[in-house]
Design a protein around this ligand. Structure first.
Ligand SMILES: [Zn+2]
Length: 310
């Protein structure tokens, strides 16, 4: 497949997805008209915002059907969807009216979306790629990594088609088609998608060292090292702070520690926790992207040593 051929293919997929989305929306509005209408208001003047990837259409259909059976005729007048949108791998659902009746259905839909590939509807998980979160199956995770290939789309396509020494001389695409476990391909594709290792000057280093006490406070002896990735001062988009922890990375701690970091003046840093095991097998880590950043595309932040008192 040439680069142009691939570009055309992506374009066609985008058109097909757009068509499928419109068909999905038309069908939903036809079958469950009252869910998309506000009493006394023309639908066109204040349309419901619907932007859900095709892989989640079955989840949505299930939600609409459930709501149909949960809300009795008499209470339908006050109900309407407001916003059904995929945002960073989460299904956002907003609506007016009959809150308590449909809450469980909304909860179930969100839960189902969390484990459903946004592109194809097969089982997936929330995966980060270059700052964007989506629920993907292994195949579509690989697809996303290919778009982020550092060498560009053409080179990525060539790589997928060419024999690879690490794959017994077979091309990645051939290995993929044999149905072999995709970990080794994910590992290779992740490496190809990694951004440059950041360069730090003295001022950066000095400032970043101040993150040590904050994370030390949160994780104690479990904190093994701190690394910085995805940092380009010219872009002013901050950087990714990787905290390498002994044992498993504790996802529950993430939010609290991120808040502590922001309070200490580091709201420009995105905190990611990486466990020891993640480094041994990035492809199967909870967050493969960050695990690979820690291994291949980050720089160590030296430990903070307060000046000795006089
Ligand atoms: Zn998929």
């Amino acid at each position: 497949m040439t680069g142009d051929g691939h570009g055309f293919f992506v374009f066609m997929v985008a058109i097909q997805d757009e068509r499928r989305h419109r068909a999905f929306l038309a069908e939903a509005q036809l079958r469950h008209a009252w869910q998309f209408r506000q009493r006394g208001v023309a639908a066109e003047s204040d349309p419901v915002e619907v932007n859900v990837p095709v892989g989640w259409h079955p989840v949505m259909k299930c939600l609409f059907t459930e709501v149909e059976s949960l809300v009795p005729e008499a209470e339908r007048g006050g109900f309407r969807w407001r916003r059904l949108v995929a945002a960073q791998g989460a299904l956002e659902i907003r609506f007016d009216g009959v809150r308590d009746r449909i809450k469980p259905a909304v909860f179930r839909a969100r839960e189902a979306a969390q484990v459903t590939c946004e592109a194809c509807g097969r089982p997936g998980r929330l995966l980060l790629v270059a700052g964007s979160r989506r629920v993907s199956c292994d195949l579509h995770f690989l697809e996303r990594l290919r778009y982020c290939d550092r060498a560009g789309e053409q080179a990525a396509s060539n790589w997928w088609m060419s024999p690879h020494p690490g794959l017994g001389g077979r091309a990645p695409i051939v290995v993929l088609r044999t149905g072999a476990p995709p970990e080794i391909l994910i590992d290779l594709a992740l490496r190809r998608a990694m951004p440059d290792v950041p360069r730090l000057n003295g001022a950066h280093r000095q400032r970043l060292q101040q993150t040590w006490p904050v994370l030390r406070e949160a994780f104690g002896e479990r904190l093994r090292s701190l690394r910085l990735a995805e940092f380009d001062p010219a872009s002013q988009r901050g950087g990714t702070l990787l905290a390498l922890l002994a044992g498993e990375a504790d996802a529950a701690a993430q939010a609290g520690v991120a808040t502590a970091l922001a309070r200490a003046g580091f709201s420009d840093l995105r905190l990611r926790l990486v466990g020891e095991g993640d480094l041994h097998a990035p492809a199967t880590a909870t967050d493969p992207w960050s695990a690979m950043l820690a291994l291949e595309a980050s720089i160590s932040i030296p430990r903070y040593q307060p000046a000795a008192p006089f």
